[in-house]
Design a protein around this ligand. Structure first.
Ligand code: FE2
Ligand code: FE2
Length: 184
């Protein structure tokens, strides 16, 4: 698969989880309970699937290849994407921090989780739109077939070493299960 097509497909899974997180936030804001284990699983998905796997493919492989092809990092679209990744991590950390407090019954913890989840969702939705509409087409236009092949192999390596065999499928099953529970 074309490397950017693989990344766009992952965006669809990330957007699904953002939808689930939005539904979880809505329940928490309404004062309803959400199983802390589910909150934990959603955060784990974002940390591993979105950040460790997807963002590693971008930061370690795609963006450097684009820089080599003459697209500047500073004051350019790559710099903006990297800044979004950093901002996203802060919001994920805030979500993760709220979970033990929710378990402990701290009253304001649910609102903290919901605010961080909504902030993350807004940020990443805009980020994904920019990548799909601007950055990836730029990569497709600039990278040679040879460079695309190298990227494809690098992405497969990330799947094997960072995510691990079978785990990718597990994450898709988790998505389906949470979708049924929270968006069904
Ligand atoms: Fe990104
Ligand atoms: Fe992305």
């Amino acid at each position: 698969m074309r490397p950017t097509a693989e990344l766009s497909r992952e965006h669809q899974a990330i957007l699904k989880m953002i939808g689930i997180l939005g539904a979880m936030a809505g329940r928490l804001e309404a004062g309803a309970a959400v199983a802390p284990d589910d909150l934990e699983r959603a955060v784990d998905f974002i940390r591993v699937f979105a950040d460790k796997c997807h963002h590693a493919k971008e930061e370690d492989l795609l963006f450097p290849a684009m820089e080599k092809a003459g697209i500047p990092r500073e004051r350019g679209p790559i710099g903006v994407m990297l800044a979004d990744h950093v901002a996203g991590r802060a919001r994920v950390a805030a979500m993760a921090e709220a979970i033990p407090a929710i378990r402990a019954g701290v009253p304001e913890a649910a609102a903290s989780f919901a605010a961080a989840a909504r902030g993350y969702g807004e940020l990443l939705t805009g980020h994904i739109f920019k990548e799909d509409r601007v950055l990836y087409p730029m990569a497709d236009a600039r990278l040679t077939a040879e460079q695309q092949k190298t990227l494809e192999a690098g992405f497969a390596e990330v799947e094997r070493t960072i995510v691990g065999q079978g785990r990718h499928e597990e994450y898709h099953r988790l998505l389906e299960r949470l979708e049924k529970s929270y968006l069904g």
